[in-house]
Design a binder for this molecule. Structure first.
Ligand code: CP3
Length: 350
C-alpha cells in the first residue's frame, strides 16, 4: 500500500488507496467529464474538436473540473486520452465525428526505431500544463488522478489502426512475431513511465492504467502482454516517485483479477461491470483497494434498479477499502440527474 504524504486531512480517495475504509466511500466516475454533460459540450465546441480540447490546457482543466463542481466528487481525472501517446510517438491520430479513433498507418516493425527517438514531451507538454492548472483549481481534500493506457490496450490501437475488430489477428502477430510484439510493448512502457512521471511532477496525486482490451487473452499472453507491462510501469513510477498510488483497471479479466491484485505495485484495482462483487470482495480486497463495478447502463436507466444496485455495491464492500465507481465509463446518453441521485446514495451514511 502507498504512503500518503499529505499532512492533515488527505483526500479520502488517497486514504482508501492507503488502506482505510469509509461507510460512505469516496466516489468518482470513469468518463465523468464527457458528452453527457451540457457544459462539456459547450467547452468542446469552444475548443473546436476533442483533440484540440485535449491540447488546450485552460479548457481541458475547465472540463476536468466540471464534474467536481457539479457533483462534488472526491477525485478529478485529467482530461486527455490514452491515444495521445501513440500520437506523440509519431502515429497520426484523428477522431472522426461520430466514429471511433483512427491511427494511421498501422504500426509495423519498421516504425519502432523512429518512434523510440520521438520527443514525446514536445507533443504532451500541454497535458502537463493541464495537470498544473487543474491541481491549482482543486480543493485540498480532492485528489487529481493522472492516467495512461496500459501497453497492451495502446498496442491494440496502434496495430489495428483504431478500435480492435479482429482480436485473432493480434494473437497471430503475437505468436508469429513475438519479438516485434515485445519491442512494441517495451517502447510503450518506456514512454508511459516518462509520461506518468511528468504528470505526477505537475500535480497528479495518483495514476491509473486502463487496460480496456485485456479480456480475451489466453493466460500466458495475459501475463506477458498485460500483467507484466503494468507491473513494470508501476514499479518504475514508484521507484522514481515513491508513495504515488497506482490503480490498475484490467477490463474483462475475470478469474485472472487476483494476479493483478496480488502485485506489490498495485494500490487499487478497478473492476468491470461483469465481475461478481462478492467474489471480488473475497479474492481482491485482502490485497488492494477495489474500485468500481457498477454497470454504467444502470445510470442511463436510473430509478430503483440503479439505487438498489448502488446500495448493494456499497454493502458488498463495507468494512474494506473501496472507491465507488462504474465498471466502465459513462456513455453520452447518461442523464446528469441520474448521476446526481447516484452520488446522493453513495453519500448516505449506511
Ligand atoms: O473523464 C475521463 O474519464 C477522463 C478522460 C478520458 C477520456 N478517455 C476522454 C475521452 C479517459 C481516461 C479516456 C480513456 C480512454 N480512451 C480509454 C480507456 C478507457 C475506456 O473507455 O475503455 C480508451 C479505450 C480510449 C480511446 C478512445 N477515446 C475511444 C475509443 C474514443 C471514442 C469512443 C467515444 O466514446 O467517443 C475516445 C474519445 C474520448 N475520450 C471522448 C472522451 C471524453 C469522447 C470524445 C468527444 O468528446 O467526442
Amino acid at each position: 500500500m502507498a504512503v500518503v504524504n499529505h499532512a492533515g486531512s488527505a483526500p479520502r480517495f488517497l486514504r482508501v488507496l492507503n488502506g482505510e475504509s469509509f461507510a460512505s466511500p469516496p466516489v468518482w466516475f470513469m468518463r465523468q467529464a464527457g458528452r453527457y454533460l451540457p457544459e462539456y459540450r459547450a467547452t468542446r465546441a469552444k475548443a473546436g474538436s476533442f483533440l484540440e480540447l485535449c491540447y488546450h490546457p485552460e479548457l481541458a482543466a475547465e472540463v476536468t473540473l466540471q464534474p467536481i463542481e457539479r457533483y462534488d466528487l472526491d477525485a478529478a481525472i485529467l482530461f486527455a486520452d490514452i491515444l495521445l501517446i501513440p500520437q506523440a510517438l509519431g502515429q497520426a491520430l484523428t477522431f472522426g465525428e461520430g466514429e471511433g479513433p483512427k491511427l494511421a498507418p498501422p504500426v509495423t516493425a519498421a516504425d519502432l526505431d523512429r518512434f523510440a527517438r520521438a520527443d514525446i514531451h514536445a507533443t504532451l507538454g500541454p497535458v502537463y500544463e493541464t495537470v498544473r492548472r487543474t491541481r491549482a483549481g482543486l480543493a485540498a481534500d480532492k485528489a487529481l488522478i493522472g492516467f495512461a493506457g496500459a501497453p497492451w490496450t495502446v498496442a491494440t490501437y496502434m496495430l489495428a489502426g483504431g478500435a480492435l475488430r479482429e482480436p485473432a489477428e493480434l494473437r497471430r502477430i503475437l505468436y508469429s512475431d513475438p519479438g516485434f510484439m515485445g519491442d512494441l510493448i517495451a517502447l510503450i512502457c518506456d514512454a508511459t513511465v516518462d509520461y506518468l512521471i511528468r504528470q505526477i511532477d505537475a500535480g497528479a496525486d495518483a495514476v491509473q492504467l486502463f487496460d480496456t482490451w485485456a479480456g480475451g487473452l489466453p493466460e500466458a499472453a495475459l501475463r506477458t502482454l498485460s500483467i507484466e507491462p503494468m507491473r513494470d510501469i508501476a514499479a518504475r513510477v514508484k521507484a522514481q516517485r515513491p508513495g504515488t498510488p497506482v490503480i490498475l483497471f484490467p477490463k474483462g479479466v475475470g478469474a485472472m483479477a487476483p494476479a493483478y491484485a496480488e502485485l506489490a505495485e498495485a494500490d487499487g484495482l478497478g473492476i468491470d461491470f461483469a465481475m461478481p462483487w462478492d467474489w471480488a470482495r473475497a479474492h481482491l480486497s485482502k490485497h488492494v483497494a477495489v474500485q468500481g463495478g457498477l454497470d454504467p447502463m444502470l445510470v442511463v436507466t436510473g430509478g430503483r434498479e440503479m439505487e438498489e444496485a448502488a446500495r448493494r455495491l456499497k454493502k458488498t464492500f463495507a468494512g474494506v477499502p473501496y472507491i465507488f465507481n462504474l465498471g466502465h465509463g459513462f456513455t453520452p446518453d447518461t442523464p446528469p440527474d441520474h448521476v446526481k441521485r447516484l452520488v446522493e446514495i453513495v453519500r448516505e451514511e449506511h
